[in-house]
Design a protein around this ligand. Structure first.
Ligand code: AMP
Ligand code: AMP
Length: 337
């Protein structure tokens, strides 16, 4: 079996360009499944060998037979759960890079908390009720995607007023951590059993990040509610003395996943979303169990990947490299679901 017999496929959005460019660099045939109105866009890139179009992302499963025939390996990214839903991800029959059991643990906020706590990762305090909460708090409704459906409250009265907007949806109340946000992109290889930091990013969340451009006296007057909708990402390197902790956290996350989820645990790319306080403490707010779009900053590698590789190594390319290694060692089954 040679690597060229396989094709790498993903949905046309999120981090598809990076994934497919990386797959091409590693010698794979590349395929994108995209919405009809984005076909012209994806045609611009010569590293994409084949384009399949659909009218809505929900139609993706209809292409499965064709993809299986072509021996494709699917790389999931943020759009898969966002647009197909967790159940369709689970029932997909195309070879899927990753462990699907992790999806349940990523989706359920309580399970995520259990996972991070088992890994001994510091998290913002979570309150069962607003009584006794330390303000400000951030309130997150379940199923809120991309930071919409969140609100900040400065005291109980403020909370009681705003919580009405959520209706009957479940939500969590967390202490708002004031600090620097940092999203750390990891990669764990079950083939080499090595963990790497691939890169890091900061998100630009509008209008939360835009609010600082308005003087406080105007903010007070017009009462703009912050929204955390991501529109892009920027680069950041971490103070070197804080790097050892960043490395240790990921080891504990992988170990905890093997204990809680199943033997395979989490592998491939994942991201820990953190906020760092003035005391230089990391607080984890979420874990993303797949490639995150912040890695798009590093199509040509990052300050961190350059420490491990003598060639540009994006997360997309690292995924393809893992598949290539697994094929060579006859261990492909170990990394697919
Ligand atoms: P998209 O393919 O852009 O529609 O995004 C799919 C999912 O990934 C959505 O839930 C987005 O909120 C998330 N996402 C997309 N781009 C980014 C980004 N640059 N940083 C963080 N999350 C993102
Ligand atoms: P999440 O959906 O949990 O990734 O949160 C979206 C954004 O809300 C994050 O990127 C942060 O900017 C902000 N955020 C979430 N939780 C907290 C928190 N406990 N303290 C401060 N900011 C937070």
């Amino acid at each position: 079996m040679t690597k060229t017999q396989y094709a790498i496929v993903t949905l046309g959005s999120h981090s598809a360009l990076q994934i497919l460019r990386g797959a091409k660099d590693e010698g794979f045939k590349t395929l994108v499944v995209t919405l009809r109105n984005r076909e012209e866009f994806y045609k611009r890139f010569k590293f994409i060998d084949q384009i399949e179009t659909i009218d809505s992302f929900a139609e993706f499963p209809q292409l499965e037979k064709k993809l299986i025939k072509q021996k494709t390996i699917l790389i999931p990214h943020g759009s898969f759960v966002a647009y197909l839903g967790i159940e369709k991800n689970k029932t997909m029959k195309v070879d899927y890079f990753g462990n699907k059991k992790v999806l349940d643990w990523e989706e359920d906020r309580n399970k995520q908390t259990q996972w991070l706590k088992t890994a001994d990762i510091r998290m913002p305090e979570q309150y069962k009720s607003i009584k006794g909460a330390k303000f400000p708090v951030i309130v997150k409704s379940f199923g809120a995607a991309g930071g919409t459906g969140y609100f900040l409250a400065k005291n109980s009265r403020d909370f009681n007023q705003k919580v009405k907007s959520i209706g009957k949806k479940k939500y969590v109340i967390q202490r708002y951590i004031t600090g620097a946000t940092l999203y750390i992109h990891y990669f764990y290889s079950p083939i080499t059993e090595k963990l790497e930091i691939m890169s890091m990013d900061r998100r630009y969340e509008t209008n939360a990040d835009g609010l600082g451009r308005i003087p406080a006296w105007i903010q007070q007057e017009v009462e703009i509610q912050p929204s955390y909708v991501v529109i892009g990402n920027s680069n950041l390197v971490l103070r070197e003395s804080m790097l050892p902790e960043a490395y240790e956290m990921r080891e504990r996350i992988v170990a905890a996943s093997k204990k809680l989820i199943n033997q395979r645990g989490i592998f491939g790319p994942f991201c820990l979303e953190t906020i760092i306080t003035p005391e230089m403490k990391f607080y984890a707010i979420e874990i993303s169990a797949r490639i995150v779009a912040g890695t798009n900053l590093f199509t040509h590698g990052s300050a961190y990947s350059w420490l491990n590789y003598d060639e540009p190594m994006s997360t997309g390319r690292r995924i393809a490299r893992e598949i290539k290694m697994a094929i060579k060692k006859n261990k492909l089954k170990e990394i697919l679901d």
